[in-house]
Design a protein around this ligand. Structure first.
Ligand code: GDP
Length: 599
């Protein structure tokens, strides 16, 4: 098919504005999926994705569309993950497109994620086709949305296509707009050398790694020997094809095509997203632009609740990594929790997904430690080190400067909650950048915050403050020097590594106090008084103590009944088995779980 008849596009939208429903309608209209075969919501396939209403994996689809001009076009839809944790993948998918449909809900209007997604699309110079979805709703307010499009995202209102993915209104107009407004694939280079950009990959138990590619120049087919720029590995292609939406074999992929390549790769880490495939014998000189090594942003320890499950956990994390190259792990051990793994994730959602998969797919009972971000540390010796684990932070005397990762957060909120939100942002050490009135109801706040401060409860508090109406999204925004310190927790004088954290100096006391109080609740009384202390570099900043209990558990069954006494002693022995001793203090295993989980 002529390249002039190909269109590559993505759909971007705020969650729930109808991306999945609209994608399904497009497939249905072009008869890519016969209606009776169509499962509800075809594109979101993983259970977890469906539960959370987000797309984690991109699923490209090729549709064939006979347009009103009498020609048949090949439309390639590249779906993108709808979450900032995966923004690098989103940017690579968008880089493989020439245009994007921007969906805005007719009743909700522009939201925080709409803006963040639009930024990404603009960075790639994509042609934007605005669609106002859900016009069938009684609460639909077209004039309001038109005004928002013009005022906030500078798109002329007349360009917007009114549609309803539910009733099917406007679907044909959208397809026509894709053909008319989005340009055909640009000729990258006519030297005929193969350049294919990898925008995603999938691991298949039977076929190994399936790479999703956009061919920019040249062509590729079965038997072609290819090499990848960033790993320098070379492979022979076993199969190429397109998604209709199931994988369908083709003889050849040519410039402009979006499809898949299977080439004997055994692990997801063999192909890096954003890398360029070229021919081994006739390589192009330079890779396509935009490649980045994806770095995990959030780290946490994952330990088996039952120490005898360590080997099983090791097998499980290794399996997960085979199909998720962005997930990293390294063996580590903790005095309190035993043997486990230090794991790296793209963000909090990615972390939750991995933990949930360990529980569901591998039946693992796990405990994870408090999440930590990556700190850049310049030592007094001049050396720079990266610290992802509080236990690895150099001694305070050796540190010249610590820099922490920052994010720029977009918050959309009803105007009457601004005061509360500003307080929350201050409390989280944030700085306001901008406040913009969206319409008579809502305001968009832009602020810069430390990533560590939004890791745990920021979104929950935003939601509860705004009664569910507020929404947020963020982008990474470099590093900033801050007064960060390592805080240790000591129980009866012994430091307990699982509770060590890196905190801001000004927040250390209150956080230390909270942690001490919580530990006091979960640690049972011992035969002696137990001091729980929070310390920075040996200086105690908060403390709590647990008073001693009376010595003899059998004391209360005076005299007689020996069998009852034995039972009690046995019970005490069993209890001990589940205890972890820190120095001379016995702490029940689940105390760690309770403290770490609650926070
Ligand atoms: P996504 O999160 O952007 O993929 O959104 P979905 O496609 O899952 O849609 C979110 C919700 O909006 C679902 O309950 C859909 O049934 C509903 N929805 C989608 N499009 C329309 C529409 O045009 N009209 C109405 N009334 N509801 C819609």
């Amino acid at each position: 098919m002529s390249i002039e008849l190909t269109r590559n596009f993505s759909i971007i939208a705020h969650i729930d504005h109808g991306k999945t429903t609209l994608s399904d309608r497009l497939l249905e209209f072009t008869q890519t999926v016969a209606q009776r075969d169509q499962q509800a919501q075809h594109l979101d396939s993983m259970d977890l994705e469906r539960e959370r209403g987000i797309t984690i994996k991109s699923h490209p689809v090729t549709m064939s569309y006979p347009a009103k001009d009498g020609k048949v076009y090949q439309l390639n839809l590249l779906d993108t993950p709808g979450h900032v944790d995966f923004s690098y993948e989103v940017s690579r998918s968008l880089a493989a497109c020439e245009g994007a449909i921007l969906i805005v809900d007719a009743a909700q209007g522009v939201e925080a994620q709409t803006m963040a997604n639009l930024h990404l699309a603009n960075e790639q110079d994509l042609q934007i086709v605005p669609v106002i979805n859900k016009i069938d709703l009684p609460s639909c307010d077209l004039p309001k949305v038109h005004k928002q499009l013009e005022d906030i995202i500078c798109i002329p209102a007349e360009e917007a296509i009114p549609a309803s993915a539910k009733t099917g209104v406007g679907i044909e107009d959208i397809l026509e707009a894709i053909v008319e407004r989005i340009p055909p694939p640009t000729h990258f280079n006519d030297d005929g050398l193969l350049r294919a950009s990898v925008f995603d990959s999938l691991y298949d138990n039977f076929r190994g790694v399936v790479s999703y590619v956009r061919v920019m120049s040249g062509s590729m087919k079965r038997g072609t020997r290819i090499k990848l720029f960033h790993t320098s590995n070379s492979y022979e292609i076993k199969e190429v094809g397109v998604f209709t939406p199931s994988m369908t074999k083709r003889d050849i992929l040519v410039a402009g095509d979006v499809g898949y390549v299977i080439a004997n790769m055994k692990s997801a880490s063999e192909v890096k997203i954003g890398d360029t495939m070229t021919e081994s014998n006739k390589p192009c000189k330079d890779p396509l632009p935009g490649f980045k090594v994806i770095q995990p942003m959030v780290f946490s320890g994952i330990y088996p609740v039952d120490t005898s499950d360590y080997e099983a956990l090791k097998v499980a994390v290794a399996k997960l990594q085979i199909n998720d190259a962005a997930f990293t792990f390294m063996a580590e051990s903790s005095v309190a929790l035993g043997f486990g793994f230090r794991c790296g994730f793209l963000g909090l959602l990615h972390m939750e997904i991995i933990q949930e998969r360990l529980r569901r797919e591998f039946n693992m009972d796990i405990i994870s430690t408090y999440p930590s971000v990556i700190y850049e540390v310049t030592k007094t010796s001049g050396e720079d080190v990266i610290v992802d684990n509080p236990c690895m932070l150099p001694d305070a005397q050796q540190i010249q400067e610590i820099r922490e990762p920052m994010v720029r957060v977009f918050i959309m909120t009803p105007g009457d909650h601004i005061g509360d939100l500003m307080k929350l942002i201050m409390e989280k050490r944030g700085m306001m950048e901008n406040t913009e009135t969206i319409d008579d109801m809502r305001v968009m706040l832009t602020c810069v915050l430390p990533l560590s401060e939004i890791l745990v409860d920021f979104n929950d508090r935003l939601k509860s403050m705004t009664k569910g109406y507020g929404s947020m999204d963020y982008e990474h925004n470099g590093y900033r020097p801050e007064k960060m310190v390592k805080m240790d927790i000591m129980i009866a004088g012994e430091p307990v590594d699982a509770f060590s954290t890196i905190v801001h100096r000004d927040k250390a006391e209150s956080y230390g106090r909270k942690l001490c109080e919580k530990l006091k609740e979960v640690i049972p009384r011992q035969l002696f008084v137990v001091a729980i202390q929070a310390a920075i570099g040996g200086k105690i900043i908060a403390r709590a103590s647990i008073s001693a209990m009376s010595k003899n558990v059998t004391a209360k069954c005076y005299g007689g009944d020996i069998s009852r006494k034995r039972k009690l002693l046995e019970k005490q022995k069993k209890g001990k088995a589940k205890m972890k001793s820190i120095g001379k203090v016995n702490i029940p295993q689940d105390a760690f779980i309770r403290v770490l989980k609650n926070d």
